[in-house]
Design a protein around this ligand. Structure first.
Ligand code: BES
Ligand code: MN
Ligand code: ZN
Length: 480
């Protein structure tokens, strides 16, 4: 949805969103009435102040003034816009919340992202939904074309996050690999991206034994989608790879019923990559961007890959599959080696790879690993700018022997169970990155799914990673 920049609050406004820091209510708002609602300005607090014959004012707390940053503003505006969703015309009156250190444009972008993401709903299947009535969004404030452009970019970026959420929220039975590939083609046509879709025959010809091995228990055909964005005279080439398991039952190493309840989420990495590609133009990257989406579900059909089976990955490496539930690394192995062949300046992959990352970092921080300190740092800084949290884990050589197989080049689960599961998965992926290519890996098994309505999120897919990938493309420099 478009966001208009206006100097005044327009006629007919239903709700005005304001923000306040601890200890000082926003200008023109009565401190006593806020206090009577229990509002002190703490981050996450919300207060609604109705007026007899004017718009309702929704005040969102930002916390202590010293700690306010773009991420706080984005989250607070999102929480407020969720409360405002029943009004047709919603206005923000928050300009200046970030103080002078942040440009008016950066602030406007954060507000736009918060506004649009707060209104996100997945209502495709709900007969009686509590509707979003918003028809018009206005950012009340000063500024010219630059602020308007930042509002447009923020709204476009939030739309990319919304696409990733929609894809995650769509059930595995309807968002099949072929259905997801079709959506990728639509995105490519709309955004003028080059697109190639590989079906079972092309995958077999190219020796994509990881994707085909995981797909073997399924009645659904696999796909591999490659999307390419190329500006004129590109400065550098960035490759994005996203895990696209449209449903993960575990295969013959079957998950429990409870363990697979949210496994439609197992394509969240591919969804984040596609969401980012769909909004790439909004950040005007100067580099070329190549995206690779290996798509299949992981099922238990009569000819499913058996524990002990050996697969041959695209680069020729053989892998003994001892647990069919460690499938993400098999499809990523093919995709990483394919991505490497094109000789990019850097690769980043994003994947719901291990339950262990949620044990280590919870559902608000993603795991970050890689083979190149400078490139890992660049991904961490992009995430920081995007307001998505990551934390580095070491790809410790000490654990690499755990991936040695008796009969093949590698085994897909470590010999030592339950220890450093996120790191050993990262070590496995590293084997398929071409020599000398800087590579980073984001494990989003925890962050890609939300069970609560809080800040930017509503229950379901979060779209985690879209904003980090866009930031990374926007500021891309060849790692050294
Ligand atoms: N898709 C799962 C990881 C996952 C778990 C994502 C929970 C989101 C929430 C992945 O394919 C998987 O099953 N990993 C196994 C690896 C193990 C068998 C080495 C895991 O984490 O248990
Ligand atoms: Mn699995
Ligand atoms: Zn999986």
């Amino acid at each position: 949805m478009e966001i208009e920049l206006r100097a005044e609050v327009p006629e007919g406004t239903g709700a005005v969103i304001r923000v306040g820091v601890e200890g000082s209510p926003p200008d023109g708002i009565d401190a006593a009435s806020l206090a009577s609602l229990g509002f002190t300005g703490k981050a996450g607090q919300l207060a609604s102040l109705p007026h007899r014959d004017g718009p309702v004012t929704i005040v969102a707390g930002l916390g202590s003034r010293a700690q306010v940053d773009a991420a706080t503003v984005r989250r607070s505006v999102a929480a407020a816009s969720r409360v405002a969703r029943g009004h047709r015309l919603v206005v923000t009156d928050v300009q200046g919340a970030l103080g002078d250190e942040v440009s008016a444009a950066a602030e406007a972008q954060a507000v736009a992202e918060g506004l649009v993401l707060g209104l996100y709903r997945f209502h495709a299947y709900k007969s009686a939904d509590d509707p979003v009535r918003v028809e018009r969004l206005v950012f009340q404030g000063k500024g010219g074309a630059r602020v308007q452009a930042a509002l447009d970019a923020g709204a476009r970026i939030a739309d990319g996050v919304g696409l990733a959420r929609d894809l995650v929220n769509e059930p595995g039975g309807s968002l099949t690999p072929s259905a997801m590939a079709e959506i990728a083609v639509e995105v490519a046509e709309r955004e003028n991206l080059r697109v190639t879709v590989w079906g079972p025959d092309e995958l077999a010809d190219a020796g994509m034994g990881g994707i085909l091995g995981v797909n073997r228990g399924s009645d659904q055909e696999p796909r591999l989608v490659e999307l390419v964005f190329e500006p004129e005279r590109p400065r550098g080439r960035l490759a994005l790879v996203g895990k696209g398991i449209t449903f993960d039952s575990g295969g013959l190493s079957l998950k429990t019923g409870e363990g697979m309840m949210a496994m439609k989420n197992d394509m969240a990495g591919a969804a984040a990559v596609l969401g980012a590609m769909s909004s790439l133009a909004a950040v005007k990257p100067r580099c070329a961007v190549h995206a690779y989406l290996p798509l299949t579900d992981n099922m238990t059909g009569g000819d499913a890959t058996r524990p002990g089976d050996i697969l041959r990955i695209h680069d020729g490496t053989t892998v003994e599959v001892l647990n069919t539930d460690a499938e993400g690394r098999l499809v990523l192995a093919d995709a990483l080696s394919l991505a490497s062949e094109a000789g990019p300046d850097a690769i980043v992959d994003i994947a719901t790879l291990t339950g262990a990352v949620e044990v280590a970092l919870g559902n608000r921080i993603a795991g970050l690993m890689g083979n190149h300190d400078g490139w890992v740092a660049a991904v961490g800084e992009a995430a920081e700018r995007a307001g998505e949290r990551v934390w580095p884990l070491p790809l410790a050589e000490e654990y690499r022997p755990w991936l040695e197989s008796q009969v093949a080049d590698l085994r897909n689960i470590p010999t030592v169970p339950r220890k450093a599961g996120t790191i050993t998965a990262g070590l496995f992926l590293r084997e398929f990155v071409g020599d000398g290519i800087p590579w980073s890996h984001l494990d989003i098994a925890g962050t890609s799914w939300s069970t609560e309505s809080k800040g930017l999120d509503v229950p379901g897919g979060t779209g985690w990673g879209v904003r980090t990938l866009l930031e990374l493309a926007r500021g891309f420099r060849r790692p050294r």
